[in-house]
Design a binder for this molecule. Structure first.
Ligand code: ZN
Length: 384
């Protein structure tokens, strides 16, 4: 009997260690959220554990126990990653990454709960100083903010060479978003808030530029302003939508996000899949609250000018600008640029000002309710 048990234990053990040796790397991609931040995303069939090893300032690897039996996507370097190498050493697979040299990097690693996704977030830090006399490893003093005035970043969508959606009466999304954005900034500044705009003229900041600004000024709230477009049934589809960042299974929201992100549908569905690993749940939660405050006031005020202004609700989608920011962030799709009645009002300066007043009011209400501590970004995960 004892013998039988021993055999059984041995069998279980060897079966287990056999299963342990084969790992499939189903997909690999690098998602660069800004010029300094790259997210290296591995999708495995499942991994039990991994090791992360720094070999030097700009050279690191991920080791997965066992041999990777198949890699279905090529490992192509991108962003600040210069080279990728795979080697099987001492029974484990090591994937080496050589970064753009001369810089320091900061790492944050997440293994998704289902153990399918392993994400390494690499943030490029300062250039390494060559003059050693001055490079006395001075630790950055942890900056606590003196001012308690909340900071709001207003992001008028598109601009410059990117007109955004084109609508009736020769309307261009980029002009409407700028006009509304300027009014939002005006109302918020008048009420004592510190406001930064991602653009104040007909220029084209990239999505990464917009995210970077928000993070640099340590925004408490980020509002991106857009105008919607429907490819079909433009007589019927109209009204307001306010988005916060999250995964979605809604095809239309995914298509909209792909368009606003300038990504293909397959890129969007990748982003959609990993988004929960990239973003802390508190950020999603707060962004949802912000979205509903803005939505409520935009509708309330909007209807004062445009009686049949309708709301299609607060929704979620993986918008790029909302993923990268570290604060509660929303994207407002004010109305449909190619719906005749929406378009008439989008042309109307008074309506645009009224919508802006609604956005400002929603932001203020949110900031008052949440009393966000300015020194502490919500998304500590992404910061560390
Ligand atoms: Zn847009």
């Amino acid at each position: 009997m004892v013998k039988a048990i021993i055999t059984l234990v041995f069998l279980l053990f060897s079966l287990n260690s056999y299963a342990y040796r084969i790992v499939h790397l189903k997909s690999f991609s690098i998602l660069s959220l800004t010029q300094t931040v790259d997210n290296v995303i591995f999708t495995f069939d499942k991994i039990d554990k991994y090791r992360f090893i720094m070999l030097s300032n700009d050279y690191w690897y991920i080791a997965v126990p066992g041999k990777i039996m198949s890699i279905t996507t090529p490992l192509i370097p991108k962003g600040n990653i210069r080279r990728i190498l795979v080697r099987i050493i001492k029974g484990e697979t090591r994937i080496f990454f050589k970064m753009d040299s001369g810089y320091k990097y900061r790492f944050h690693i997440v293994l998704s709960r289902n153990r399918h996704f392993l994400i390494v977030r690499v943030e490029k830090q300062n250039r390494i100083k060559i003059h050693k006399a001055f490079a006395t490893n001075r630790k950055k003093t942890t900056k606590t903010r003196v001012s308690k005035i909340p900071v709001v970043v207003v992001d008028p969508g598109h601009g410059g060479k990117d007109p955004g959606a084109l609508g009736l009466f020769g309307l261009k999304e980029k002009n409407i978003t700028l006009s509304i954005g300027k009014y939002v900034a005006y109302f918020l500044r008048r009420d004592g808030y510190r406001v930064y705009m991602t653009r104040t003229g007909d220029t084209y900041p990239t999505l990464a530029d917009r995210v970077r600004l928000a993070n640099r000024v340590k925004a408490d709230v980020f509002v991106s302003i857009h105008v919607n477009y429907t490819p079909r049934d433009r007589l019927r589809v109209k009204g307001l939508e306010v988005y916060f960042v999250n995964t979605t299974s809604d095809k239309r929201a995914l298509r909209l996000a792909a368009r606003e992100n300038g990504m293909s549908l397959s890129q969007i569905s990748d982003l959609n899949k990993i988004i929960l690993s990239l973003i802390q749940s508190t950020k999603i939660e707060y962004s949802k609250k912000l979205a509903s405050d803005i939505y409520r006031y935009m509708l309330l005020y909007g209807k004062q000018v445009y009686k049949s202004y309708t709301g299609k609700g607060v929704r979620q989608a993986p918008f790029y600008v909302l993923v990268g920011t570290r604060c509660p962030s929303v994207l407002v799709e004010t109305a449909f640029i190619n719906n005749p009645s929406d378009a008439i009002f989008l042309r109307n300066d008074r309506f645009r000002r009224t919508l802006a007043r609604g956005i400002a009011k929603g932001v203020e209400l949110f900031l008052r309710k949440t009393k966000i501590s300015v020194a502490e970004p919500l998304d500590k995960n992404l910061k560390s």
